[in-house]
Design a protein around this ligand. Structure first.
Ligand code: 2AM
Length: 171
């Protein structure tokens, strides 16, 4: 099964991000991520065997992470898949630290494909036709985070669907 570790936004922020996705779609086209799918990926694990997934779920269920607050104050785009995202003007140091410590822990599960570069972002649109984000309104949102989620991704005809398999204890 395809898994990733993520932070899930608090409800109010999720709604606000959904409104931004709507607005971005009106300008840039593409497919808008449904509100319930909005997240920040900390580690994409790829295909994981079922027994290993159960061990990972237990690991996440017991692992507290330090609490933090991510400031979302920038729009961005990745060219190839036509992704329009929101994130920080610079990578948040606490998230970069968390990303590093998670990948250190994942080595024990044989997951070793740590990316060289981490750009914390929340994907709002996929396959956008226009990647011009300069005309989008300025944003300044706070994402208080304190729990990690292990999420399974299913591919369906109209895009990916996500299911949370485990959450860490609240910090
Ligand atoms: P994206 O939003 O930038 O596409 C589930 O697919 C999550 O894992 C998404 O947040 C996606 O990031 C990320 N993801 C999917 N495939 C990936 C890959 N090969 N490397 C890194 N992240 C990936």
């Amino acid at each position: 099964m395809r898994l990733f570790l993520a932070l899930e936004p608090p409800d109010e922020l999720r709604q606000r991000l959904g409104e931004l996705a709507e607005l971005a779609q009106a300008r840039c086209g593409g497919r808008r991520m449904p509100d319930e799918s909005l997240h920040l990926t900390l580690a994409f694990l790829g295909e994981v065997a079922e027994e290993r997934a159960a061990a990972l779920a237990a690991w996440v269920g017991e692992r507290s992470i330090p609490a933090g607050e991510w400031r979302l104050d920038a729009w961005g785009a990745f060219h190839r898949p036509g992704i329009v995202w929101v994130g920080g003007q610079t990578p948040d140091p606490e998230l970069v630290r968390l990303h590093g410590s998670l990948w250190d822990g994942l080595a024990a599960f044989g997951v070793n494909h740590r990316p060289g570069h981490f750009v914390p972002h929340v994907t709002l649109l996929r396959r956008a036709r226009r990647l011009e984000t300069r005309s989008l309104p300025a944003i300044d949102l706070a994402w208080p985070w304190r729990r990690l989620s292990l999420v399974r991704s299913f591919t369906e005809n109209d895009g990916a669907r996500y299911q949370t398999l485990a959450r860490s204890p609240a910090a």
